[in-house]
Design a protein around this ligand. Structure first.
Ligand code: CIR
Length: 259
């Protein structure tokens, strides 16, 4: 169960966020005002599911800083400040640290150091086991340091390759109850063989990144097949419009740290 989340308001510089347009037909700039409205709605949704949300002030120096999932990984008893791989995002690690200090003591906070890189979008927790995607953003050294840290707190971790785009959780997501939403590629990854795996159709790739919060699943608006798939698994669902974040490769989990 989650009781808290950390989010950060989108800044005006959001329109210059990094984009590979992996979820859109063409490169498009987000509409700032609409992004702010969607962000507020996202927070309201988390609150409606019982979470207390710390919403940090916007920071114009970092266009992608509303994606608080990436500069840290949080868990019971420990928080890891990552070392985001892109120059335009790396400084976000210094900004997330004071926010983490509200909830974790100095003995519970650790940092991934260069040459290790990591972003939270590559880290998926199942029970007390982490799957760490090795991607353009998270390298083997980052995953090694992470493993060393979390094992001290009773967690385990293993790496899985990310070959399809940005982050691990764009291609596989855990919905508790042993259920995974996957791409066809992730469906074949040996590490996931013992899960109930549900392949999301290619034209709804973006909806893999749905978000389990205390029994309910948040699903991005506009993906009817995946919505039905999740509902047929028995979950109550809430659709959330994230169209402006999608334009810069951002999805539901990216917008918060949950613990
Ligand atoms: C980036 O490229 O870093 C941002 N535009 C999107 C980050 C999305 N974060 C995530 O999937 N955890």
């Amino acid at each position: 169960m989650f009781t808290r989340a950390i989010t950060k308001k989108p800044c005006r510089a959001l329109i210059d966020g990094i984009s590979t347009a992996q979820f859109t037909e063409s490169v498009e700039q987000p509409d700032y005002e609409l992004a702010v409205r969607q962000h507020n709605k996202y927070i309201e949704t988390l609150e409606s599911l019982g979470l207390e949300v710390l919403d940090l002030e916007a920071d114009e120096r970092f266009p992608d800083s509303c994606f608080t999932e990436d500069p840290a990984v949080v868990m019971e008893g420990c928080a890891v400040v990552t070392n985001p791989a892109r120059d335009s995002r790396n400084g976000e690690k210094y900004e997330i640290l004071p926010a983490l200090r509200n909830f974790y003591s100095d003995e519970q906070i650790f940092c991934i150091e260069g040459p290790g890189t990591m972003e939270g979008g590559d880290v998926m927790l199942v029970g007390r086991h982490f799957y760490v995607g090795q991607s353009d953003r998270t390298n083997a050294e980052g995953a090694r340091q992470f493993n060393e840290i979390v094992t001290k707190f009773g967690y385990t971790s293993e790496t899985v390759p990310v070959t399809e785009g940005l982050h691990l959780k764009d291609f596989v997501i855990y919905l508790e109850n042993n259920n995974l939403l996957v791409t066809e590629t992730m469906d074949k990854v040996p590490a996931f063989k013992d899960f109930n795996r549900y392949i999301v159709p290619k034209d709804e790739l973006y909806a893999i990144n749905s978000l389990w919060i205390n029994g309910t699943v948040l699903v991005p608006a506009g993906y009817p097949k995946t919505l039905k798939l999740i509902q047929d698994l028995g979950y109550p669902t809430i659709t959330v419009d994230t169209s402006e974040f999608r334009k810069i490769d951002g999805s539901l989990t990216c917008l918060s740290l949950r613990f």
